[in-house]
Design a protein around this ligand. Structure first.
Ligand SMILES: CC(C)(COP(=O)(O)OP(=O)(O)OC[C@H]1O[C@@H](n2cnc3c(N)ncnc32)[C@H](O)[C@@H]1OP(=O)(O)O)[C@@H](O)C(=O)NCCC(=O)NCCS
Length: 170
């Protein structure tokens, strides 16, 4: 299974258990997300069901019949003038990292952003998350700057690195 190429496809409600399991590990144990409350299947179904999947999709990477990672595009702001910008997220199961799945998922989500006519994909990365910075640099995301000391998790005050990819050559 380890060497098998992933299938990347749109997420379905039936994938939520696996998606949330991957995500909740980071909610509870890491600083990749600044969420602190785990997501719950059923209660948090609207996160998937109520989004505009054309513009803000959730994709999963499946190896065999197991969801081993996911990626999403999310509105960056509810203010309409920011509609050309979306924030990208990528999460790979802790047992499946370092095998190129993050790259496959980010490539697919960038393609979807391009197809939806978006102009900018943003990345917000907590300090110390080197694999995430490397992943975004691989796709030529640029460094916007560092938002200093804007987060706090597990008693640690955290900087956030802002990165962006311009899809329209701007
Ligand atoms: C960030 C993450 C998605 C990367 O996924 P992955 O499948 O392990 O990454 P890949 O194997 O595709 O490698 C992507 C790049 O990261 C680098 N990388 C992977 N693991 C690394 C590590 N532990 N330290 C430094 N770089 C690392 C790879 O060398 C590769 O760089 P390259 O393209 O220049 O060779 C994964 O580590 C993860 O889910 N982390 C927790 C959630 C998270 O931080 N998400 C990002 C915030 S939205």
């Amino acid at each position: 299974m380890a060497g098998q190429p992933p299938t990347i496809r749109d997420a379905r409600v039936g994938d939520l258990e696996a998606i949330f399991e991957i995500y909740n590990h980071e909610v509870l144990n890491g600083t990749a997300t600044f969420d602190t409350d785990p997501r719950v299947v059923g209660r948090d179904q609207s996160w998937l069901a109520e989004r505009d999947a054309g513009r803000h999709p959730v994709l999963v990477a499946e190896v065999g019949d197991r969801v081993v990672g996911w990626a999403s595009l999310n509105p960056w702001s509810s203010r309409k003038a920011y509609a050309r910008t979306a924030e990208g997220s990528v999460y790979v199961h802790r047992d499946s990292r370092g095998r190129g799945l993050g790259r496959s998922l980010l490539a697919a989500i960038i393609e979807r952003a391009r197809a939806a006519g978006l102009g900018v994909v943003l990345g917000r990365i907590a300090e110390g998350n080197e694999s995430s910075v490397r992943l975004m640099e691989h796709f030529c995301f640029g460094h916007i700057g560092t938002q200093r000391r804007c987060g706090e998790k597990f008693g640690q005050i955290l900087d956030v690195e802002l990165m962006d990819l311009h899809l329209d050559g701007g």
